[in-house]
Design a protein around this ligand. Structure first.
Ligand code: PLP
Length: 362
């Protein structure tokens, strides 16, 4: 079976971890500071805080917003649950708007309309879905016009760019995930980035019990710190990341070139001026479930990102959310299918994937 995700950990990661264990300093230490600096250089972010997961980063970022609890935060219904949950977790109210039928992301136009009808929205959390930047520069401009903060969810987009600018420090805050299946991994881990020094510093405090110095607590906080073990793995994986992203892009382009003319199948739409890093390669197909079964019989692993929108999740339904006004996001849950695109997909694998997909439609 060609798996839809295949994290790689090599001998370099092993010896980096062994060195940390030998040092005796397993919790936060100089390795974490080194990783923060290196990752910040990679995504051109001046302010960087390592944390224990992408979710922790989102919760810290939303927690430090200077807005009355209960205020609205605008986001996408079509993402991993953590995006919406961080808003609820910090005491705010998620406001979902529908996504673009080509990119599956919220658009600048949609964000503008939302602010026009509700200028009191305090923040926007756009998601750079599947490894592609959303209309982030425009979204930041609109949000700032209304005095709102932008938190970029970059959990799937390490190295993705819009107009040659990497995501992560275009908005006030950005968060990355280093879960093993992401474009780079540290076991569990995350990074808070951003252009808004004050908010990133508050998020840093939040990750460390609100204590600027030990046992002196100026804010309410939590323990969202990254371990030195995770940071050591991250430093090695970060070195591998550019080559991996290039391989993902090669694989994605190869799949798209081979599959783009099949009627009944839509290949990913790559936005002009954006560098896609293909965290996922997601096609759309009306016969999604039959295609899934067919591909499985040919040894091609697939996944659905996502089978349910956030507002249609049971917990959200209990809160009164639904997708009545989000028809595109709702429909996508029935048609999207992720094919293997990760760096360990070989030329032979690509041929198998392409022939198997074609075989279904012939
Ligand atoms: C993975 C992911 C997260 C959460 O990251 P974790 O490190 O798993 O907590 C948040 N948002 C999106 C869009 C993700 O894909």
């Amino acid at each position: 079976m060609i798996p839809v995700a295949k994290p790689y950990i090599g001998p370099e990661e092993e010896s980096a971890v062994a060195a940390v264990i030998k040092s005796g300093m397993l919790a936060a230490g100089p390795k974490v500071v080194e990783f923060e600096k290196a990752f910040g250089e990679f995504c051109k972010s001046e302010f960087n805080v390592a944390c224990s997961s992408g979710t922790a980063g989102l919760c810290a970022a939303t927690s430090v917003l200077d807005a009355p609890r209960g205020s609205k935060i605008l986001t996408t219904p079509f993402s991993f649950i953590a995006t919406g949950n961080s808003i609820l977790y910090s005491g705010f109210k998620p406001l979902f708007i529908d996504v673009d039928p080509d990119t599956f992301m919220i658009t600048a136009e949609g964000v503008k309309k939302a602010f026009e009808s509700d200028p009191d929205i305090k923040a926007v959390i756009p998601v750079h879905l599947y490894g592609q930047a959303c209309e982030i520069h425009e979204i930041v401009e609109i949000a700032h016009h209304y005095g709102a903060v932008v938190i970029e969810d970059c959990a799937q987009a390490h190295g993705a760019t819009e107009n040659d600018v990497p995501v992560g420090a275009i908005g006030d805050l950005g968060i990355f995930s280093f879960y093993p299946t992401k474009n780079m991994g540290t076991g569990e881990g995350g990074m808070i980035t951003g252009s808004n020094q004050k908010l990133v510093e508050l998020a840093k405090l939040h990750c460390n019990h609100g204590a600027p110095v030990r046992y002196h607590h100026t804010h309410l906080g939590f323990n969202y710190r990254m371990t030195s073990i995770a940071a050591a793995i991250g430093l090695v994986q970060l070195q591998r990341l550019p080559k991996w992203n290039e391989q993902r892009r090669y694989n994605g382009n190869k799949l798209s070139n081979a599959l783009k003319d099949i009627p009944g199948l839509k290949v990913p739409v790559v936005r002009q001026g954006c560098e896609h890093v293909y965290h996922q390669y997601v096609i759309e197909c009306e016969q999604r479930d039959a295609l899934t079964t067919h591909l499985e019989s040919k040894g091609v692993g697939t996944a659905v990102h996502y089978p349910t929108t956030i507002p249609d999740q049971p917990y959200y339904k209990d809160l009164g959310y639904n997708t009545d006004n989000l028809p595109i996001a709702h429909q996508l849950t029935k048609t999207v299918l992720s094919l293997p695109v990760h760096p360990l997909v070989s030329e032979d694998d690509l041929s198998t994937i392409i022939n198997s997909v074609k075989g279904f439609f012939i």
